[in-house]
Design a binder for this molecule. Structure first.
Ligand code: PMV
Length: 346
């Protein structure tokens, strides 16, 4: 099919890794496999309008953030378009207008690259599907994840499924370094699992994740770490299927601290946690010990803390968060989220 103009709109969620991706090879190939919960409320909503143009030599696009021109994100999108050019040659036939917004406050320290790249990839696949209506849903989602990965590695885990695995893993038959795959054998203990994100520090990260990944080359503990991630992924799959919350807590918290330990032991070394991050971790440990509530924390490449807990403990944990943890958040800010299912056409 040939079209002159079209309009698409997708939302895509953020995700939080349980076994962390840290370290990559060329072409956004992960050094180890990872697994994540898809979030529900923290999303990017992206509209794509396309209009056929004369020349097919270069990319042509406008970028809007919440309706306003956003020049400083343009180089990132240009680079993304160049990376996916061979897989999406049709993009050069159109002038693209990309209008994007996030449901979470910007500069909240919540990375919008995963949700943003996933939403954009879904829009590009909608255009491909308009040009070639016979594409299957499986091809659509798999290629969307493949494209999102080329924008930002972890974005490939924000396309489809409540739990997504990315990266070759011997025990996971359908796993791939090139795209995320849905993990569906999930015990009911994890139904509507809660993630309350405590915004500890909203400042710009001192070290980008790109630089962080690079520092895993020649890292003294890299080989051990990658082997551990494979083992922890095996453990995590069994835990998610059996519903063992004690083991879940053990692997999730160990993964979070190991991620930051890799940062502290690279050269140059760096620390992304803040004093309040540690205060929160200690208070979660104390609360868990005293109340036997299966609540735990995880961290991304930043100071914010994700507090994970089963739905049936929501009341108790939210009260604890309000009484004890909000004091350590910047401006008292936190975001209540839970497991979601992936990107949606809206
Ligand atoms: O997708 P990137 O390159 O921004 O890397 C994200 C890495 C972590 O968030 C720290 C871990 C992960 O697996 O999401």
């Amino acid at each position: 099919a040939s079209i002159d103009s079209a309009h698409f709109r997708w939302s895509a969620p953020s995700n939080i890794a349980l076994v962390k991706y840290w370290g990559k090879k060329e072409h956004q190939i992960p050094a180890n496999p990872s697994i994540s919960f898809t979030l529900n409320h923290c999303k990017t909503i992206t509209e794509l309008s396309v209009k056929r143009k004369e020349s097919k030599d270069t990319f042509s696009f406008d970028l809007l953030f919440e309706g306003q021109p956003k020049e400083d994100f343009k180089p990132k999108i240009q680079k993304f378009l160049e990376r996916i050019e061979t897989y999406c040659p049709f993009l050069k036939e159109y002038h693209l207008t990309i209008n994007t917004q996030n449901t979470f406050p910007h500069s909240s320290g919540i990375a919008s690259s995963a949700s943003g790249m996933a939403a954009l990839a879904m829009n590009f696949m909608s255009l491909e599907k308009t040009l070639n209506p016979s594409l299957s849903d499986k091809y659509f989602n798999q290629k969307a994840s493949f494209l999102a990965r080329l924008g930002s590695g972890s974005a490939c885990r924000s396309i489809k499924g409540e739990v997504v695995i990315w990266g070759n893993h011997q025990e996971t038959n359908n796993s791939s370094d090139l795209f995320g795959v849905e993990f569906t054998s999930i015990h009911e203990n994890f139904k509507n699992y809660q993630d309350t994100i405590l915004l500890v520090d909203k400042g710009e990260k001192q070290v980008s994740s790109t630089v962080g990944h690079d520092l895993m080359h020649n890292h003294p503990y890299a080989a051990q770490r990658f082997a551990q991630a494979h083992e922890n992924l095996s453990k995590m799959k069994a835990i998610l299927s059996s519903g063992n919350l004690d083991k879940f807590i053990e692997v999730v918290e160990s993964e979070a601290l190991t991620l930051h330990a890799m940062m502290m032991t690279s050269m140059p070394y760096f620390i992304l946690m803040k004093p309040n991050t540690l205060e929160i971790i200690n208070r979660i440990w104390k609360f868990r010990k005293e109340t036997k509530t299966p609540v735990c924390f995880t961290l991304d490449a930043g100071a914010n803390v994700h507090v994970l807990y089963p739905q049936n403990t929501t009341e108790k944990v939210l009260e604890f968060i309000k009484n004890e943890l909000v004091a350590y958040c910047q401006n008292g800010q936190y975001i209540c989220d839970q497991i979601g299912t992936g990107a949606k056409s809206i």
